[in-house]
Design a protein around this ligand. Sequence first.
Ligand SMILES: [Zn+2]
Length: 215
Amino acid sequence: MTINHHPPEDLLADFGAGRLDEADRLVIGVHAARCPRCQRFIAAIEQLAGAALEQAPPVAMADDAFATLLARIDEPASPPAAASSQPVELLDDDLPEILLRCRFGKSRRVAPGVKMQPIILPGADKSRAFLLWSAPGTRMLEHTHTGTELTLVLKGSFSHQGGEYRPGDFDFGDGEVDHQPIVGSDMPCLCLVAMSGDLQMHGWLGRLISPFVRL
Ligand SMILES: [Zn+2]
């Protein structure tokens, strides 16, 4: 897999420092699991964070802290990931390992040729995660965002002004990015998306249908 598009460094740094919302963390984590370059960057950030901790003044620990820790290690591992509450309808085979452990909501059609299936993340705060399936050749409406949109291609491809995005590639969108992705014509495109805020469509058609495009 050749990855040409990576998350911005500030997002990777926030990931390494544990500052990301759960949905954003999921998308960055799935990308990094397949991307040695981003793994190295995150490892460097974690090392820096660790060094900062070592230099911090010691904090008094409870007398039983060590015993509590040992007891926790002895606890049986949490049961294997809860089975999906809904079957993963948007992909019949190899979801990345991390996603296999997620719970999914019901899939639904959001626009002609476009379906989504929400991922249930109990800790998600500002953003939400979902799988997005688009039919070959789908032309998304030109749009921008009130929040952020983190997109990771799992299968197929799409392209917009920023270039072509294939499996493993990461695309970042926010209010400053105005784009109109077109799905590759050879096969459907499946993406993992974390989104905060809403999409804003352009043009009279966009304004007409935006009440129906609920992601
Ligand atoms: Zn990367």
